[in-house]
Design a protein around this ligand. Structure first.
Ligand SMILES: [Zn+2]
Ligand SMILES: [Zn+2]
Length: 103
């Protein structure tokens, strides 16, 4: 099995993140959707694993200023609401792919 890695990571305007994977699958993630699935200590209770973040409170027009690769395994996203503590591992991102094929 080959390791899934992004071939290309691109911001689509201010609304979406597009990842083209090395198996040529393409994932398009709206930024509010990524924000809703943040797994940092502010959004997920570490002990129970329960989500603290209230998804409905995420601004549907949320943007991202910056997407920064962290090593070979994750992305850090600077959201326009000031949240930037979440690390999105590539594995998690692939699981989050909202396309029909993956869901
Ligand atoms: Zn978070
Ligand atoms: Zn997909």
């Amino acid at each position: 099995m080959t390791l899934l890695l992004p071939k290309e990571i691109r911001k689509i305007g201010t609304t979406d993140l597009k990842i083209t994977w090395n198996d040529l699958h393409q994932s398009l993630y709206p930024f509010p959707y990524l924000r809703q699935n943040c797994r940092c200590a502010f959004c997920i209770d570490e002990r129970s694993g329960k989500q603290i973040l209230i998804k409905d409170n995420v601004n549907p027009n949320l943007e991202a200023f910056k997407v920064t690769p962290v090593g070979q395994y994750a992305l850090r996203i600077d959201f326009s609401d000031g949240h930037n503590t979440g690390l999105y591992t590539l594995q998690h991102l692939r699981q989050l792919c909202p396309c029909k094929e993956c869901s």
